[in-house]
Unconditional design. Structure first.
Length: 116
């Protein structure tokens, strides 16, 4: 199995930047792709960004395109999400997800709060 732990969340003012990280452990060789989702209070969990573990191909939801950047470090088994020009509507719990041969895995989440 793969285990995921997020870190780096916190409080930031609108227009600011924040970087969150996700560390994978366990059967990391089985990972196909990793991504970030977020869930705001009262809303469904939504896809934010993903990166293919071998090719590095990335994809983003339109609302963060140009502001957020997902990256990976295969040697460290980590994926990061650099978030710039943050908006109050980016406030949510951010979850790391790994897609592996054993199925999808979720981290516990990290809170990101953007004040106006």
């Amino acid at each position: 199995q793969v285990q995921l732990v997020e870190s780096g969340g916190g409080l930031v003012q609108a227009g600011g930047s924040l970087r969150i990280s996700c560390a994978a452990s366990g059967r990391t060789f089985s990972i196909y792709a990793m991504g970030w989702f977020r869930q705001a209070p009262g809303k469904e969990r939504e896809f934010i960004a993903a990166i293919n573990w071998s090719s590095g191909y990335t994809s983003y939801v339109d609302s963060v395109q140009g502001r957020f950047t997902i990256s990976k470090d295969n040697a460290k088994n980590t994926v990061e999400l650099q978030m710039n020009v943050l908006k109050p509507e980016d406030t949510a719990v951010y979850y790391c997800n790994a897609d592996s041969s054993a199925g999808g895995v979720w981290g516990p989440g990290t809170q990101v709060t953007v004040s106006s």
